[in-house]
Design a protein around this ligand. Structure first.
Ligand code: CMC
Length: 447
C-alpha cells in the first residue's frame, strides 16, 4: 500500500451562518448544541461527528433514511419535486442537448468542457478502449451460461491485476488515468461479456465511432461482415447512458465510496459497486421488470397481478416502481418513456405488446390508492428494459448496461472522496443486541 499523501482539493463549501440544533437528554436535562450545516440546495444537515465524543451515544439509522454519509458537489436530487441535476444541469437538458462523454467530463471534472478540453478527453477515452490481450483468456475461465453480471464482477476487479501503472491513488495522474481507463474499457468488457455468452468472437473497438456507436458495434457487429449502425439506436443508447450516469449516494455508489475509503484501488472499488448494483432492489430491477411483464402476459391479468403486489404475504413487488428518494415521478423514467416511443417508431414497431402492457400497468397503478398513499411512481427501470429489448439485448445484459453507464458516476464520486483532505476510512457503528459477556463452556459440559 502506498502511503497517503496530501491531495489538492477544491476550496471547501461555505456552510453559511452557523446554526445549531439542541439535543436534550430528558432524564438528566443535559443538553448539547450540534452544528447545522447547509448545502447549496436540499435539506439542512445536523453535524453529529462529535456526538459520541461528547455524549457517549451513537445515532441509529440502519438503512440511511436520514443520514448524509458525505459532502458532494456532483449530483443533486429533490425526490419530492422529481428533480435530478448533475453539477447544476437538469437531466432533461442534458439528455436533450448533451452527449454521454460530455456528461462524463462534467461529472468527473465539475464543468462542461470547452472544445479543446472535450477533444482531448474524447481522444484519451477512445485510445484507452482496448483491453490487455490476456483478458481474453480470463473470460475463458467462465462458463458460457454465467450471468453477465457475474462475469463483470470478476473481469472489472481483475483490471487491477493488469494496470499496475495507475494504482497509486494519491497520485492525481494515476487517478485520472484509472478513471479514463475505466470509462473507456467498460463498453469493451460489457460487449465481450455479451459475445462470450453467445459463443461469438470478440470485436475489437473502433476509434472512428462515437462511444455509443462503438459499444453497439462491439455487441452486434461480427468480423465476417460490415455492421451498419442505426442512428436512432446509437442516439437512444447515448441517452440511456446519460440517464444512468450518476445518482448521488445510492447503494452501489456508497459501496464504492466505502470500499475506496480504505485506500483500495479504483478497479477493485468499481467491482464492488457492480456487485451492489446487481441486486433486484437496485440495478437488477431492469431485468426483473421485463420478466415481470412477460409473466403478466396480457392486460386482462393486470388486476390479478396488482392484487398479489398489494398482498404483503405474497412477497411480490411491482418492479420498476417506487424509490427511496423519489416520492414523485422519476424524471429519468419520463425521458425514457418518450425515448421508448421514438425508438420503437423508428424501428417500425407499430404495436409492441410489452410497451402497451407497461403503459396500461402504469396507468392502473397510478390510479390505485395503494401506490398513491405510498407515493410509488415509475422509476428509471420501468421503461429501460423495453428499449434495450427492442435494440436486441437479452434481459440478462440489462444490468450490465446500467453498470457500464454508472461507471463514470462511481469513479467521479470515488475521485471526489479521495481528493477530500478530511478523508478517513468509513466505519459505521452498531446497536449491539447479542449476548452479553459469558464464560466459555467446554463441549463435554454443553447440553
Ligand atoms: N411494489 C409494491 N410495494 C412497494 C414497492 C413496489 N415496487 N415499493 C415500495 N413498496 C411499499 C412497501 O411494501 C412499503 O409498504 P408499507 O409501508 O405498507 O410497508 C412502502 O411501499 C415503502 O417501501 P420500502 O421498501 O420501505 O421503500 P424503500 O425506500 O426501502 O425501497 C425500493 C425503495 C426501490 C427498494 C422499492 O420501492 C422497491 O423494491 N421497488 C421495486 C424495485 C425497483 O424498481 N428498484 C429500482 C429502483 S430505481 C433504480 C436504482 O436507482 O437502482
Amino acid at each position: 500500500m502506498v502511503a497517503k499523501k496530501a491531495v489538492k482539493s477544491e476550496p471547501a463549501e461555505s456552510t453559511g451562518p452557523q446554526k445549531t440544533f439542541t439535543l436534550t437528554d430528558d432524564q438528566t436535562g443535559k443538553s448539547w448544541k450540534l452544528p447545522v450545516l447547509q448545502g447549496t440546495q436540499g435539506p439542512e444537515v445536523i453535524d453529529v461527528r462529535k456526538l459520541y465524543g461528547e455524549t457517549g451515544m451513537f445515532t441509529f439509522d440502519p438503512s440511511y433514511t436520514s443520514t448524509a454519509s458525505c459532502k458532494s458537489r456532483i449530483t443533486f436530487i429533490d425526490g419530492d419535486e422529481g428533480i435530478l441535476q448533475h453539477r447544476g444541469y437538469s437531466i432533461q437538458e442534458l439528455t436533450e442537448k448533451s452527449t454521454y462523454l460530455e456528461v462524463a467530463y462534467l461529472l468527473l471534472y465539475g464543468d462542461l468542457p470547452n472544445q479543446k478540453q472535450f477533444d482531448e478527453f474524447v481522444h484519451s477515452i477512445t485510445y484507452h478502449t482496448m483491453v490487455h490481450e490476456q483478458i481474453h483468456f480470463f473470460f475463458r475461465g467462465f462458463r458460457r451460461d454465467s450471468h453477465p453480471m457475474a462475469v463483470m464482477c470478476g473481469v472489472v476487479g481483475g483490471l487491477s491485476a493488469f494496470y499496475h501503472d495507475s494504482l497509486d491513488i494519491w497520485n492525481p495522474t494515476h487517478r485520472e488515468t484509472s478513471a479514463h481507463r475505466l470509462i473507456a474499457k467498460m463498453p469493451t468488457l460489457a460487449a465481450m461479456t455479451y459475445k462470450y455468452s453467445q459463443g461469438l468472437p470478440f470485436m475489437y473497438p473502433r476509434n472512428d465511432l462515437s462511444y455509443a456507436e462503438n459499444f453497439l458495434y462491439m455487441c452486434f457487429g461480427v468480423p465476417a461482415e460490415p455492421y451498419k449502425i442505426k442512428p436512432v439506436l446509437s442516439r437512444a443508447m447515448d441517452k440511456i447512458m446519460i440517464l444512468h450516469a450518476d445518482h448521488e449516494q445510492n447503494a452501489s455508489t456508497s459501496t464504492v465510496r466505502l470500499a475506496g475509503s480504505s485506500g483500495a484501488n479504483p478497479f477493485a472499488c468499481i467491482a464492488s459497486g457492480i456487485t451492489s448494483l446487481w441486486g433486484p432492489s437496485h440495478g437488477g430491477a431492469n431485468q426483473e421488470v421485463l420478466e415481470m411483464l412477460q409473466q403478466i402476459g396480457s392486460k386482462d391479468k393486470i388486476p390479478e397481478f396488482l392484487k398479489q403486489v398489494k398482498d404483503k404475504n405474497s412477497g411480490v413487488r411491482l418492479m420498476g416502481f417506487g424509490h427511496r428518494v423519489y416520492k414523485n415521478y422519476d424524471p429519468r423514467a419520463q425521458v425514457l418513456k418518450k425515448s421508448c416511443d421514438e425508438v420503437l417508431d423508428d424501428l417500425g414497431v407499430k404495436h409492441d405488446p410489452l410497451l402497451e402492457l407497461a403503459q396500461e400497468l402504469e396507468r392502473i397503478a397510478l390510479q390505485d390508492d395503494y401506490f398513491a398513499e405510498r407515493k410509488l411512481f415509475p422509476n428509471v427501470d420501468f421503461y429501460s428494459g423495453i428499449i434495450l429489448k427492442a435494440m436486441g439485448f437479452p434481459t440478462s445484459m440489462f444490468t450490465v448496461l446500467f453498470a457500464l453507464s454508472r461507471t463514470v458516476g462511481w469513479i467521479s464520486q470515488w475521485k471526489e472522496m479521495i481528493e477530500e483532505p478530511s478523508l478517513r476510512i468509513g466505519r459505521p457503528r452498531q446497536l449491539y443486541s447479542g449476548p452479553t459477556a459469558r464464560p466459555y463452556v467446554p463441549m463435554s459440559k454443553r447440553k
